[in-house]
Write a protein that binds this ligand. Structure first.
Ligand SMILES: Cc1cc2nc3c(=O)[nH]c(=O)nc-3n(C[C@H](O)[C@H](O)[C@H](O)COP(=O)(O)O)c2cc1C
Length: 228
């Protein structure tokens, strides 16, 4: 029977996972610039290239994470993204998939369902880029239509695969968009820009249990119809 050998690109694709604990080893500005240069090769609607990035390392990263963590601690429930994360009302099968990844992650972290404080602290790790030495925040012009978010998806995956090919790991984080008001106070983001996500970038901590989280995928037969 004909069998397809995975290509090197296929291998990078399957080896990429969201990493939520990092070693402190720095990532050079040159390498971060290179990853963004690669990401910008992504296709976009009429070549509109809607991406805008703010790259944070060193003091800029420390200052921002301090400010957002302070807001997280002192103003719970006061910060919300400018666009919804979840369908309202909840919709299956997406709700079940979301619950499953949450359950699997908290099981690896040994955090019980009822332990609200530990769950809160784990959520807060988002705002420290999970300890990564580099973080990027992404914005899009607020007048651009939804189709340009498709462009951003291609940009993100290209960035993450390029990072993987340089032994780096990543976690894309919509969580950051909740804190756009704090982020605006610190970064030179104009009122025209909507904060859509952040991304942690660094070298994975192989000893961290949370990094053992491997998410499942539905088979192709569940989402594709082949028509001859
Ligand atoms: C647009 C987007 C936003 C995400 N936001 C977060 C986030 O805020 N925090 C987080 O820990 N993971 C976040 N993730 C990671 C997803 O949970 C993860 O991609 C998904 O569970 C599949 O797992 P994998 O990336 O390990 O393959 C996000 C992923 C995407 C694509």
């Amino acid at each position: 029977m004909f069998s397809i050998q995975p290509s090197t690109t296929d291998t990078q694709i399957t080896r990429r996972h969201s990493v939520r604990a990092y070693k402190s080893d720095p990532v050079s500005s040159e390498l971060l610039r290179h990853l963004l240069e690669m990401a910008a090769h992504a296709p976009s609607t009429t070549n509109s290239q809607p991406w805008k990035s703010y790259v944070l390392t060193g003091d800029s990263l420390k200052n921002l994470t301090h400010a957002v963590c302070t807001a997280f601690d002192t103003e719970p429930d006061k910060h919300h993204a400018e666009y919804p994360y979840y369908p309202d009302p909840p919709l299956e099968p997406y709700l079940s998939r979301r619950r499953k990844i949450g359950q699997n992650m908290y099981r690896l972290l040994d955090i019980a369902r009822e332990d609200r404080e530990k769950r809160r602290l784990q959520q807060r790790r988002n705002l420290e880029f999970f300890g990564a030495p580099a973080g990027i925040l992404f914005t899009i012009h607020r007048q651009l239509p939804a189709i340009n978010l498709i462009d951003y998806g291609a940009f993100f995956q290209t960035l993450m695969l390029s990072a993987k090919s340089h032994a780096l790991d990543t976690c894309l984080q919509a969580y950051w968009s909740d804190y756009h008001r704090i982020i605006r106070d610190i970064l030179p983001i104009t009122p025209d820009e909507v904060v859509i996500a952040g991304m942690a970038i660094g070298y994975a901590d192989p000893a961290a249990p949370v990094n053992q989280l491997i998410t499942e995928r539905e088979p192709v037969s569940s989402f594709a119809t082949f028509l001859n």
